[in-house]
Design a protein around this ligand. Sequence first.
Ligand code: ADP
Ligand code: MG
Length: 322
Amino acid sequence: MEFRLIERIRELTAQARDDVQLGIGDDAALLLPPVGQHLAVALDTLVEGVHFPRGTAAADIGWKALAVNLSDLAAMGASPAWALLGLTLPRADADFVEGFAEGFSKLARPHRLALVGGDTTRGPLAISVTVHGFVPPGKALTRGGARVGDAVLVTGTLGDAAAGLQALQQPLSDDDTRAGLRAFLIERLNRPTPRLSAGVALRGQASACVDVSDGLVADLGHICSSSGVAAEIDAALLPRSPALMALYDEAAALQCALIGGDDYELCFTVPAARVADVQADLSRLGCGATRIGRIVEGAGVRVRGLDGEWMNTDRPGWEHFA
Ligand code: ADP
Ligand code: MG
């Protein structure tokens, strides 16, 4: 089944790059890593019914499979270059592959990312993407550099994807404005924007960085444990979209923003004196960054609720073993 499908994937994702000596079509790709750069490599897998709902459009799956991986490069401050695609399909479905490759390449093209190989097998629908990017030595953003006194910031808005997933499960309303807001949230779920230019801008600025895939509390918790510090977050400061605020009550919107996953925003720390400059840089890049709290001594993430009292955040972000 595979030959024609692979050929179609190759056509739809074609991207000329000088550093690709040999791409799809041989037993392995031959690549020319730039001298003096670190290679940043990440892999994420999406399984139908686990990481995206059954019935998600093929183009959305293609976009998201790449987006979640590019988000990992963004969180490292790396610039993307190459990808490998592991495609497991229940059957040789040309329409699915067409849509998938279209969504994938729509995101790949503006980033000049080349798909250089992969594997196609039969089985329950699952997509595995490996991305490769470059970052100058010493400039990568890790989870381990947060220091007491640093400010905690986040790009974009939080909670939209979790709210979009809930919206998908609710009946459609015939109210036009609500349908538009609902579509916005579902788009945020299906077509997350990896914050690549923000990640590059944060090189040499952020002391630590993570992308928000499992929920703010869980992912900021990774910065805290890697850095040996604690974080205090103010619920009142969390950036939330007009759509989230219009369609959900305060408590539900807060819950989505704190523990909802799949937003693929960057959460990062910077020395307090650098906050204004970093915010100016990121607003020029279009995503903006909101200060939501600070790094303190201790361990874990504490959230001050809207009433000024510490909230119980024992409920973890979405944990999964794969
Ligand atoms: P082999 O059996 O030698 O692994 P394959 O038939 O699996 O070869 O793959 C042939 C070529 O097509 C290889 O270059 C491989 O990288 C590429 N390829 C296979 N599946 C995909 C895919 N889903 N996306 C991109 N390239 C693929
Ligand atoms: Mg193979």
